[in-house]
Design a protein around this ligand. Structure first.
Ligand SMILES: CC(C)(COP(=O)(O)OP(=O)(O)OC[C@H]1O[C@@H](n2cnc3c(N)ncnc32)[C@H](O)[C@@H]1OP(=O)(O)O)[C@@H](O)C(=O)NCCC(=O)NCCS
Length: 168
């Protein structure tokens, strides 16, 4: 595959929002209606995530970002946050390449959360060796490591690297 992976900078924010809000159309009509908004991620929310320590990396082809993925160290774990590839550029390995790169950067065991109804995202992470955790364990971890609404906790699932054990 051509292209390169690079860190996203402040100048990339408009195009990052474009990618997120294009890719997130996959959730429309799939996740509960009250969890969907238009745009899916407003600018303020993306800025707050960056402020909170989410570092975004992007896959660029011919000078254009086509996919982004965030990584965030929280305590002893590393979270993969906000994985989005432009709708027109899916299933060409971009998400896999970003995930591999971010896995190399992780300092602790990796956890990721997504919507229970996003079956394609769950399949994507399982293909990469992540294991889907139970509902109770997901809810506990989402409350411990993520800052999301109760409604989102209830409708999300956590996946972890194989072999990861929740500390007592
Ligand atoms: C999830 C996502 C980031 C994957 O990126 P990608 O570049 O399309 O992924 P890759 O090409 O590297 O890998 C494709 C794999 O993803 C899974 N996948 C992707 N789209 C799928 C779909 N519509 N149905 C089923 N599985 C799908 C499959 O496991 C596929 O594996 P295969 O190549 O063996 O068929 C991308 O589909 C996306 O942006 N989706 C919308 C937003 C989203 O769901 N984000 C993740 C949760 S925050």
């Amino acid at each position: 595959m051509t292209g390169m992976i690079r860190k996203c900078e402040d100048d990339d924010i408009p195009v990052m929002l474009e990618i997120i809000n294009d890719a997130a159309r996959a959730f429309q009509g799939v996740i509960p209606g009250d969890c969907w908004s238009e745009p899916y991620m407003p600018r303020d929310e993306l800025l707050a995530e960056i402020e909170d320590g989410v570092e975004f990396w992007g896959h660029e082809e011919a000078g254009q970002l086509i996919g982004i993925m965030g990584i965030q160290g929280v305590g002893e774990v590393t979270l993969i946050r906000h994985a989005y590839v432009r709708t027109s550029r899916r299933n060409r390995g971009v998400g896999s390449r970003l995930l591999k790169e971010l896995r190399r950067m992780a300092s602790g065991p990796i956890l990721m959360g997504t919507w229970i109804d996003a079956v394609w995202a769950i399949a994507f992470y399982e293909k990469h060796g992540f294991r889907r955790l139970t509902g109770a364990q997901s809810a506990r971890l989402l409350r411990r490591y993520w800052k999301i609404s109760d409604r989102q906790v209830k409708n999300s699932v956590v996946l972890a690297e194989r072999g990861w054990r929740e500390p007592d």
